[in-house]
Write a protein that binds this ligand. Structure first.
Ligand SMILES: Nc1ncnc2c1ncn2[C@@H]1O[C@H](COP(=O)(O)OP(=O)(O)O)[C@@H](O)[C@H]1O
Ligand SMILES: [Mg+2]
Length: 326
């Protein structure tokens, strides 16, 4: 356990009635690129905040670099780099000034700063732009600068909370190429969160989180293999009757997900022709897909990540409406 970069035991965070993190356990070995995948509100940021000593756990323990996040806060802070979900750069300062400020906050020895500053800016391909005001940076450049800043004091563990949120797909993929380069070229452990399934694929291992709990943890391939079924989604004239027919004729347990009748079946290609022949319901369209991480999420939680996000957005909307009525 002392060898692990991160070790978490029975970690809980409650905010009044809300159990943001409901007792999680996991370990991340040194040098691993480890991800937390889950919908908005799953408890990912709260977990990061506890590991980074910004939020005190309600119960349980966590160690980062072998240090206790509660009783050895300062040691933990010295050993980690953190990139928040929301940007914390000063737009009125240049890229270089932002990094110098950080070096001072971290008490980096003056004589080490120039070389390291150049190193991290070159790593993120921002060295040529070091004199530019951050306000003039694109979203992707800001993210890269934040990652450079997180690396400046040579942390052993780098935490990235939703590093690509709000970026366009092309910029997201460029940020990922930097993250993967860090993984292979730097001696560092990376812990990141995302609600993008396609991005979680890049992690060596992922924990899937839902409503404060880890519902599954393994490599992306092992998780997908554990589902063992293809996903079939059909658009029909009558969803209720289709669900009944699937149960009665094929013994399949279907649900409505993303407004389509959805179920899992082994060897989907062979099943689809039978479906048309034997279902006895009008089928407008069929969509067949190999198990994805979303299917893993679905097989453990009974809903897709997108539906989970939609329902948490609905809850927020309902709460907002209730507030307005008061
Ligand atoms: N400071 C806080 N006070 C009250 N509730 C909070 C606070 N921070 C987070 N929560 C709640 O905890 C749950 C998990 O939030 P969070 O960790 O931000 O999820 P994620 O990062 O996975 O989207 C949510 O229901 C959120 O509203
Ligand atoms: Mg978050």
């Amino acid at each position: 356990m002392q060898d692990a970069a991160i070790s978490v035991q029975g970690l809980v965070k409650r905010y009044g009635e809300i159990e943001a993190v409901a007792g999680i356990e996991f370990e991340v070995p040194k040098g691993e690129l480890f991800g937390f995948l889950g919908p908005n509100g799953a408890g990912k940021s709260t977990t990061i905040s506890m590991l980074c000593t910004l939020v005190r756990p309600t119960a349980g323990r966590a160690f980062v670099g072998g240090y206790d996040v509660v009783s050895e806060r300062d040691a933990v802070r010295r050993h980690i780099g953190l990139v928040f979900q929301d940007t914390t750069l000063d737009g009125y300062l240049s890229a270089e000034q932002n990094l110098r400020l950080h070096a001072e906050l971290y008490g980096m020895p003056r004589e080490h700063v120039p070389a390291r500053l150049q190193e991290v800016l070159e790593m993120m391909e921002l060295w040529e732009r070091r004199k530019t005001l951050v306000n003039h940076f694109s979203g992707g450049m800001k993210r890269r600068l934040e990652i450079a800043r997180g690396l400046l004091h040579s942390p052993r563990v780098l935490f990235l909370d939703e590093p690509t949120i709000g970026l366009d797909p092309q910029t997201r993929s460029s940020i990922w190429s930097y993250i993967r380069r860090l993984e292979t070229e730097q001696d560092i452990t990376i812990f990141l969160t995302t609600h993008y399934m396609d991005e979680a694929e890049y992690c060596r291992r992922i924990a899937i989180m839902d409503r404060g709990r880890i519902v599954a943890l393994d490599t992306p391939d092992a998780l997908k293999a554990s589902v063992g079924k293809d996903r079939v989604q059909i658009h029909t004239e009558n969803d209720e009757a289709t669900i009944v027919a699937l149960r009665e004729r094929f013994g399949l347990d279907a649900q409505i997900a993303e407004n389509l009748v959805t179920f899992g079946v082994a060897e989907g290609e062979q099943f689809v022709p039978r479906l048309f022949a034997e279902l006895g319901q009008q089928i407008r369209s069929v969509n067949l897909s190999r198990p994805s991480l979303d299917d893993v999420f679905m097989s453990y939680t009974g809903k897709t990540i997108r539906d989970a996000e939609a329902s948490s957005t609905d809850q927020l909307r309902q709460m907002a409406t209730m507030w307005k009525r008061r």
